[in-house]
Structures are given as structure tokens and as C-alpha cells.
Ligand binder design. Structure first.
Ligand code: ATP
Ligand code: MG
Length: 449
């Protein structure tokens, strides 16, 4: 019997991985525009980090964690269910918060949660996340939100709404908790058992319950926005006006409370209006108390996590193609051992020049080799046999047009490949920036007029 991948995990196959690579490349580039540098942390951490950092009244910690224990070790670890706690731990441990602030870090990481698998909900999934430490200003909130907005727009995704809320600070939340308790206490006979515990420990969690009946009741619960203190109110107003003036659309959604305990003030989710239950592609917020909670000196922070599987699902749904892998530049077919040797030598030296060149590794017939070259989508091909070895010339074939050109393969091949590459690059630059700008770059402006 074969062994299958664990439920809720995914293989990314060689034919599909270019999509991940293209998406990740774009995210690395966007992060760089905002001065964020990559932070890599371990896949597993002390269990305690997540209990304290994510919060032990959260679903993530109560129900979804993967525990890890070495066969011989006593320590209890967990696979990271999210990226923020590890990032904060690393920032504190490596003294990064003592350096010049703000500290801007991002990660591309797999996360693990034991949930019921469905489209867009996996047990191992991947997040692109940004964290900004040291800045309490609304300008920082707007900048972090702008990164996610920028990335999603650059991908060309449509129908994604930024939902914004403020859940205040511990000060103003005290009154709010009281109001929530008063409200929910009249419904104790209808709330789920978990919510009854939440009512005691962390009443805001009730707003996040996925049980339909609880959701119904939560609909009419008091909203945090009505309980914000003056400082939190001013902060939120400034975040909103900054987003507005930077051209980032949003809507206020008082129902957004986020599933993790550490959030304060601004919280947000980017939600696709198209897809169903798994519509949240990116979520985050401010967590001014977290660094201190995890043993660092009081340092404000905020960030977000973007679910890459969900982004890829949306791209697919909206028919948006990601940059495809490069094409094979040249297939060198061969007849016989000696010709194959020469083909492999040519391939080796052309690869060193940066071309993707293939030759036969299967001792197949020329016909079968050409079929394979077609399947690869090779742009050009060349066949070497006894005759070609003797004359040093072979027919270089453009696989698309069928055009053939006699070529001294030892000396001319490289230049021909370069020319073809340059022509393609010119085309693609013209496509990207538009023909007029392209003409200007080439100094053709005056001629065009
Ligand atoms: P949800 O309400 O969908 O369970 P969440 O509030 O638990 O999301 P966060 O902890 O905020 O999610 O994680 C940030 C992002 O990571 C989510 O917006 C989503 O895009 C993605 N994500 C979270 N859990 C999963 C999962 N099990 N599978 C795939 N992506 C996920
Ligand atoms: Mg969840």
C-alpha cells in the first residue's frame, strides 16, 4: 500500500511551482519597496511562545496546534500556527529592537493548523507576512496596510475589499467588555459551551465564533467603535484619512475582531467579495502589547499575514496568469554516440553563457528527440550527425516559424542565441512599458514625431 501525503497538505508539482515562484518574487519585490527585509525563523518553537503570544483563549491555540516532541526530549514544542509570535521572539532575542527603529521585517513561511481541510483551508499553508516594530503612529498603520494593498493590486486581483476596524486599547476595552458581558449574559442558554468560557475570559472572542447560532446573537452585540477612548479614536481617524489620501479604499467593519489575542487598535482584513467562506486573503493589525508580553521592552508593533494558497486560488478564479517559466532556448538533437558527445559539449558551454539548452539523455531516435523538443517548447533546434560533425555546419531551425538557417555551430550559435534573446527582451519591454515610452528609451522619440 502506498503512503499518502497527510490530509490538508499539498504537493506543489514541477509544472505548477512557477506560480509560487512568480508570486513570491513579486512579494519580495513589493516588500523591498517599503524597506522590509526578510526574517527567517524556525518552523517550530517552544509551545509556550504561542500560548503567550497568540493567546490561550484563541481557537488557534486551543484547538489547532500541532504539538512536537522529540522522541527522547521532554520539551514541548509546536509547529508555528502563524508568523508573528516567532518574529517577535527573534527580534527580542537578537536585540533587533535596540537598533535603529522602526524595524521592518517580512517572512514567507509555512504555518500549521489542525483545521478541517477545504478549498483555501489547509493544515499546512503558507503566509507572506510583514511586521513593523517601534512605530506607534497612524502613519505606520497606513504604510503596513499599503504593502498588502499594493501587492494585491499589482497582482491584478479584483473585488477585494479592505475591511477596517479598531478594537481599542486595554483601557477603553474595559468598558466594552462590560457592555459585551451584559449583552451576552441574556443569551447564556443559547451560546455554545466554548463561548460560555469566552464570556468569562475574553468576551471579544465571542464575536469571532464560527457556530451559526452564536454568530446570530453576535450580530446585535455592542461594537467596539462606540467605546473607543479619545486617543484610540484620534488614532483611528488618522489611519482612515491617511488611507483615503493615499488612494487605498476601505470600508469600516465593526465585526472584524481577529482571531488572535494580541491585537490592539487597528485591525484589518482584505476580503474577496467573490469567493465564499475562505474569502479572507490577508489579515492583520496592531499589537502594541505583544513585545512586552513576550519579555521584551515595551515596543509598539503591527503587521499582517497573507494566505498564499488563497491568493493563488483567487488568481486562478479570475483567470490571471502568472509569469511562466522561461522557455528552452535550444534543443540539440544528435544521431550516434559521437554526435551526442558534441551536442552535450555545446550544451554545456552555452549553459555557462546563460542559455537553457537541452540535448538527448535517453539515446532516442531523432524523431523521438524532436517530439520531445516540441513538448519542451524549445525555441530553436539543431541536429548533429556524422555529416554535420565533418562540415562543422548544421541547420538551425526556428521551431515556431519553421525557418532554417545553415549555421557554423562551433562559432555562430552563441551570437544567434543572443540576438534572439535580445529581440525577445525588446518585445517584452515594449509590452510592459508601452510602445511610446519604449521608443523614448531607445531615443526614437524625434523620429516618431
Ligand atoms: P480564518 O478566519 O479564515 O480561519 P484566521 O483569522 O484564522 O482566518 P489569520 O490567523 O489571521 O487567519 O491568518 C492570516 C491569513 O492566513 C488568513 O487571512 C488566511 O489568508 C490565511 N490562513 C489562515 N488559516 C489558513 C488555513 N488553514 N489554510 C490556508 N490559509 C489560511
Ligand atoms: Mg482560522
Amino acid at each position: 500500500m502506498g503512503i499518502n501525503a497527510p490530509r490538508g497538505t499539498q504537493d506543489v508539482l514541477p509544472t505548477e511551482s512557477y506560480k509560487w515562484q512568480a508570486l513570491e518574487r513579486l512579494l519580495h519585490e513589493v516588500a523591498a519597496l517599503y524597506g522590509f527585509h526578510e526574517l527567517r525563523t524556525p518552523t517550530f518553537e517552544q509551545m509556550d511562545l504561542f500560548q503567550r503570544g497568540v493567546g490561550d483563549t484563541t481557537d488557534v491555540v486551543q484547538k489547532e496546534m500541532f504539538e512536537v516532541r522529540a522522541q527522547k526530549g521532554a520539551d514541548l514544542f509546536a509547529l508555528r500556527p502563524e508568523g508573528t509570535a516567532g518574529a517577535v521572539r527573534a527580534a527580542i532575542e537578537n536585540g533587533l529592537l535596540n537598533d535603529a527603529l522602526p524595524l521592518k521585517a517580512y517572512y514567507m513561511a509555512s504555518c500549521f493548523r489542525h483545521e478541517r481541510p477545504q478549498a483555501g483551508r489547509l493544515r499546512e499553508f503558507h503566509q507572506f507576512g510583514c511586521e513593523l516594530f517601534g512605530a506607534a503612529s497612524p502613519a505606520a498603520d497606513a504604510e503596513v496596510i499599503a504593502i498588502a494593498d499594493h501587492a494585491l493590486k499589482m497582482l491584478g486581483l479584483k473585488g477585494i475589499e479592505l475591511n477596517l476596524n479598531s478594537i481599542g486599547c486595554p483601557e477603553c476595552r474595559r468598558n466594552y467588555y462590560q457592555a459585551l458581558r451584559t449583552y451576552f449574559e441574556t443569551y447564556t442558554d443559547r451560546l455554545c459551551p466554548t463561548c460560555l468560557v469566552r464570556l468569562e475570559k475574553n468576551p471579544m472572542r465571542l464575536l469571532d465564533c464560527k457556530v451559526p447560532e452564536c454568530g446570530e446573537i453576535a450580530k446585535d452585540a455592542p461594537v467596539m467603535l462606540d467605546y473607543l477612548c479619545e486617543d484610540c479614536k484620534t488614532h483611528f481617524e488618522s489611519v482612515k484619512s491617511r488611507l483615503y489620501s493615499q488612494g487605498i479604499g476601505f470600508k469600516i467593519n465593526p465585526r472584524i475582531v481577529r482571531g488572535l489575542d494580541y491585537y490592539t487598535r487597528t485591525v484589518f482584513e482584505f476580503i474577496s467579495t467573490g469567493i465564499g467562506a475562505q474569502g479572507t486573503v490577508c489579515a492583520g493589525g496592531r499589537y502594541d502589547g505583544l513585545v512586552q508580553e513576550l519579555g521584551g521592552k515595551p515596543t509598539p508593533g503591527l503587521g499582517f499575514g497573507m494566505g498564499l494558497e488563497r491568493v493563488l486560488l483567487l488568481l486562478e478564479e479570475q483567470g490571471i496568469a502568472l509569469q511562466e517559466p522561461r522557455q528552452c532556448d535550444l534543443y540539440i538533437g544528435s544521431m550516434g554516440e559521437e554526435a551526442n558527445r558534441k551536442a552535450c559539449e555545446l550544451a554545456a558551454s552555452l549553459r555557462r553563457e546563460g542559455f537553457w539548452v537541452e540535448c538527448d539523455l535517453m539515446a532516442r531516435s531523432v524523431k523521438a528527440q524532436m517530439k520531445y523538443a516540441n513538448k519542451l517548447g524549445a525555441r530553436m533546434s539543431l541536429i548533429l550527425g556524422e555529416n554535420e560533425l565533418q562540415t562543422g555546419k548544421a541547420l538551425l531551425k526556428d521551431m515556431e516559424s519553421g525557418e532554417q538557417k545553415e549555421t557554423a555551430f562551433e562559432t555562430e550559435l552563441m551570437n544567434l542565441l543572443y540576438d534572439a534573446m535580445l529581440a525577445r527582451e525588446a518585445d517584452s519591454v515594449a509590452e510592459q512599458i508601452g510602445p511610446d515610452a519604449f521608443k523614448r528609451i531607445l531615443g526614437l522619440e524625434s523620429q516618431a514625431k
